[in-house]
Design a protein around this ligand. Structure first.
Ligand SMILES: [Fe+2]
Ligand SMILES: [Fe+2]
Length: 381
């Protein structure tokens, strides 16, 4: 894949002299016994000069990180587009599809603004994808294109476009441990902790998060189960983005790329916060059976025994403070996990486990794994 990275300035050419220079300046200041407070105007200018020099560098690692993020954003756009066609608002900002009023009503049980939020989340992902690819091009690097992998079927329900998709929303296994992870006051996956599923039946078997055909609109209970599944899946996707960006930010070299990663990553967190709030409004449903597959799903009352309390209470939508870096340090309200090692492959594997790529080709998995390996080889220089 090295032929895909055309970077005008490589790290070894530019970073080396920069660090030497910085080292020299540092030892010089130390020799004079100067502290930060006593820096002269001249030395501040030198710092500003270095900063702008650093911001204009694009390393091979930065390109690899941005390319993986561009691919992730294309995949996010593809899945959000499917939700918007049926359950969101179809307009000139987010075109495509004509809506499924019955499905949109099931989702609206969670919040009457759900259609607007789905639309806005979709639009955000589209802009993330387009921006990151345009930035790559502006730096002479190869953008990411997944068009050749748009082979998965669309929903046959009225309202969906009939086009090839990158992602599958009709056979999902939804990990809902983010619910208990963000409510834990002691656990952190970065310190080896694991968390129970909020909706255990969603985490096994395969569930559809959109109506597959208009027949799925016929049973009120099953349709609501589809709406509830979507409601939890929204947050499962966006909590992934909330962790992925801070994880990769730690290995970015250019301050401008860092700015991009921090700025886009923040909107993923805004999405997650919203969906984490709305999922708590999912309708309580006991043992609903998928009429096509026979798979069962139950959405328990998360505010009542044996649920409820700190681990499940639905209005605890802000991160509970928890252990961070080291259990000896005080608890802190944070995004978790944020450990950077293997971040890209971890994110890809989580999407695979979600069932999002069921039906995809071997070539797709090879392409995505290669992007992830390259991103995970990136080091902060
Ligand atoms: Fe995004
Ligand atoms: Fe996102």
């Amino acid at each position: 894949m090295t032929n895909e990275i055309h970077v005008s300035t490589t790290s070894s050419e530019t970073i080396q002299p920069l660090s030497k220079k910085r080292l020299k300046r540092r030892s010089f200041l130390k020799g004079l016994g100067m502290t930060g407070a006593a820096l002269s105007a001249g030395s501040l200018l030198a710092t500003a000069g270095e900063a702008s020099e650093r911001s204009s560098i694009t390393t091979v690692g930065d390109v690899a990180i941005l390319r993986f993020l561009a691919a992730a954003e294309i995949l996010e756009t593809d899945l959000w587009q499917q939700y918007n066609e049926l359950g969101g608002i179809q307009d000139n900002e987010v075109p495509g599809g004509s809506g499924s009023p019955a499905y949109a009503a099931a989702i609206a049980f969670l919040d009457s603004d759900m259609a607007q939020y789905i639309h806005d989340n979709t639009e955000d992902e589209m802009t993330h994808e387009v921006f990151i690819n345009a930035y790559l091009v502006s730096k002479g690097a190869e953008p990411v294109n997944l068009d050749m992998f748009r082979t998965l079927p669309s929903s046959q329900a009225t309202g969906a476009q009939q086009i090839g998709r990158l992602t599958n929303l009709m056979q999902l296994t939804v990990d809902t441990t983010w619910w208990t992870r963000y409510r834990s006051r002691t656990g952190n996956p970065d310190l080896g902790d694991t968390f129970p599923q909020a909706i255990p039946t969603l985490a096994v078997g395969q569930h559809t998060a959109i109506p597959r055909t208009d027949k799925d609109l016929n049973s009120t209970n099953f349709l609501q189960a589809i709406g509830n599944t979507a409601g939890f899946h929204f947050a499962t996707i966006e909590q992934g983005g909330s962790s992925l960006y801070p994880k990769l930010a730690q290995r970015v070299t250019s301050s401008e790329v860092l700015r991009i990663v921090l700025s886009i990553g923040g909107t993923e967190i805004m999405h997650f916060q919203t969906w984490s709030d709305k999922a708590g409004n999912a309708k309580v449903l006991r043992d609903v059976v998928d009429p096509v597959t026979g798979v069962h799903v139950t959405f328990p009352n998360l505010n009542a025994s044996p649920f409820g309390g700190e681990n499940y209470q639905t209005n605890l939508i802000m991160p509970e403070p928890t252990a961070f870096l080291n259990r000896k340090l005080p608890a802190c309200s944070i995004i978790r996990p944020t450990q950077t090692r293997g971040a890209a492959m971890g994110a890809l594997n989580a999407l695979i486990a979600d069932g999002l790529f069921i039906g995809q080709s071997k070539e797709f998995f090879t392409f995505m794994r290669t992007l992830a390996i390259e991103a995970d080889l990136a080091v902060r220089e």
